[in-house]
Design a protein around this ligand. Structure first.
Ligand code: ATP
Ligand code: MG
Length: 171
């Protein structure tokens, strides 16, 4: 059986890694779809699809899951009613989708795809929104992501990028 896991992974964090390890107990293979692939260099989407792919693949290698996962960027279509079909046209066939995102759950349920909701893992801190905020405020974000993700973010100057794109030229 093959499972699908979708996210924006801005950035990929320890909550995502925990969920993937749980999915790997139930599924032989996992398709990881990187959503909003066209987005980068914004406050909510600081990293490019390529950078997110590197983060995910490096972390999968560290937990020995790389050979069982497909990692595929998928651009937004901005039309929810046909988004599932769009996604299906871009990724390998899958049996079950794993998501906690209410819109994603709704769209797949309406398309008669089996949906499983993985339990949340320390959602108060393992959250892209919280991690981006922590980065902007100079807090300790490194403990919230896999080591290989922290190394990539440091290498590409991710924290400085987030701080630059958060600024305005208004005054
Ligand atoms: P953002 O705050 O930017 O939306 P996020 O942490 O929700 O970031 P996504 O890439 O949107 O990350 O999440 C992908 C999937 O992972 C979604 O289904 C989301 O509900 C789930 N997820 C995110 N954080 C956790 C967590 N700590 N435990 C379990 N699932 C999580
Ligand atoms: Mg989210």
């Amino acid at each position: 059986m093959r499972g699908l896991y979708i996210g924006r992974f801005q950035p990929y964090h320890l909550g995502h890694e925990t969920v993937l390890q749980e999915i790997s107990q139930e599924m032989e293979e996992i398709v990881i779809a990187i959503g909003s692939a066209q987005e980068s260099h914004t406050t909510t989407n600081p990293f490019t699809a390529g950078e997110r792919m590197e983060m995910i693949c490096a972390s999968l290698r560290a937990v020995d899951l790389r050979s069982r996962c497909y990692v595929i960027p998928v651009e937004d279509i901005n039309r929810n009613s046909i988004w599932v079909a769009h996604l299906q046209s871009m990724i390998p066939q899958f049996d079950v989708v794993y998501s906690n995102n209410p819109l994603v759950v709704r769209l797949f349920s309406e398309a008669n795809v089996a949906v499983r909701k993985p339990p949340m893992c320390r959602r108060d801190v393992y959250s892209g929104t919280v991690i981006r905020k922590t980065m902007r405020e100079g807090g300790d974000w490194k403990r919230l992501v896999p080591e290989s993700v922290a190394a990539i973010i440091i290498k590409i100057g991710g924290v400085e990028r987030l701080s630059s794109v958060s600024k305005s030229d208004a005054s």
